[in-house]
Design a protein. Structure first.
Length: 345
């Protein structure tokens, strides 16, 4: 059963608060646009597709709270919500993609009632479409997993990051359901431990053989011949196939190349940003120093020390063996293959 990371029921938005995992799995209600913003910023809900889905419902929450009386008021409120929610996190393009969809869907509305209905329907559609995407990613990616394989993943690109069973973890769930036996190494993913806290939690729940390793152990595990394939998700893919994902992904890709291990990126086409030609132009979120010096309440570096804490890095396309979207497995040259995936949308 996929995890219900984001849920919309009786016009109420709830999420699993991922900052409490793996110790506690609790749903919290996000009743205002500000609460939605804060939940995204604090990583209570995180992962590119889940951020987009939550933000789309955040727009609906704000419109319902404002009780607009005219169509033009609704349009203003939608504009206000999209502008505000867009400032929560900069890297995952799915956030901006979902907010743009919310703005676009309502722009042609002819009445207040139809505008409200359209907005709610669009947010639900974004969630439902994501579920279908995950299944398709899983189906395509599972063809690369063989009995006895060791797989490595970084961060969390599973059910907790999406509306269904993930992007990078989707092939694993699909292969597991088909009875294929394999082992997963989950990088712990410093500084916020999405791999150890979230990936390990959800794979363990699903009965998949998972082993947590510290980020600095990946080279040795690869050298020992324990990894046959790497699967990671993405927050934004540039038109040339450069891939932004959780900090540390680039290092994993370099290691994979050095050990002759295929490195696959699994993401829906909504993660491809055709407006960005090159990975260098992808905005990288810089997060609070305290995440590095006082992660989870323990002081691990001296007070006042300088810290650099980029939340994402960019893997150059030449290190990427293939990009798996809902349409299949795409290979280099991405500058030619990726536009084709977008034109058949
Ligand atoms: O900072 P996070 O936890 O939101 O980072 C998440 C990732 O980097 C994921 O790999 C990416 O969003 C893909 S999720 C399907």
């Amino acid at each position: 059963m996929p995890i219900e990371t984001v849920s919309w029921s009786e016009q109420q938005l709830t999420i699993i608060d991922q900052t409490l995992l793996p110790g506690t799995c609790t749903r919290v209600r996000l009743g205002t646009m500000e609460e939605v913003w804060r939940a995204i910023k604090r990583l209570e809900v995180r992962g590119a597709p889940a951020i987009g889905i939550t933000a789309a419902f955040g727009v609906v929450v704000h419109v319902l709270n404002r009780e607009a009386k005219t169509l033009s008021e609704v349009l203003d409120v939608v504009e206000e919500a999209t502008q505000y929610l867009a400032t929560s996190r900069p890297t995952a393009v799915n956030l901006f993609w979902a907010l743009e969809r919310m703005q676009r869907c309502v722009s042609g509305s002819e009445s207040l009632e139809s505008a409200l209905e359209t907005l709610e329907r669009e947010a639900i559609l974004i969630l439902e479409e994501d579920k279908v995407m995950c299944r398709m990613l899983g189906e395509h990616g599972a063809s690369l997993i063989h009995e006895g394989d060791g797989l490595l993943t970084h961060c969390n690109a599973g059910g907790l990051a999406t509306g269904d069973y993930g992007t990078a973890l989707a092939p694993m769930y699909h292969a597991h359901d088909a009875g294929v036996g394999f082992k997963v190494f989950a990088d712990e993913t410093r500084p916020l431990l999405q791999g150890a806290r979230l990936t390990a939690w959800e794979l363990q729940q699903a009965g998949i053989d998972v082993t947590v390793i510290c980020d600095n152990m990946a080279a040795q595990v690869m050298r020992e011949g324990k990894v046959q394939c790497v699967f990671v998700g993405s927050d934004r893919i540039a038109a040339n196939g450069d891939v932004a994902n959780k900090i540390g992904t680039y290092g994993v890709a370099v290691l994979a190349k050095a050990h002759g291990i295929p490195f696959y990126v699994v993401a829906p086409t909504s993660t491809i940003d055709s407006k960005i030609a090159h990975g260098d132009d992808i905005p990288i979120e810089i997060r609070d120093a305290a995440e590095v010096t006082h992660g989870f309440g323990i002081e691990t570096a001296p007070d006042g020390v300088q810290v650099y804490n980029p939340a994402f890095d960019v893997t150059p396309n030449e290190l990427v063996t293939g990009i798996i979207t809902e349409q299949g497995i795409h290979s280099a040259p991405y500058v030619e293959t990726l536009p084709k995936t977008l034109s058949v949308e």
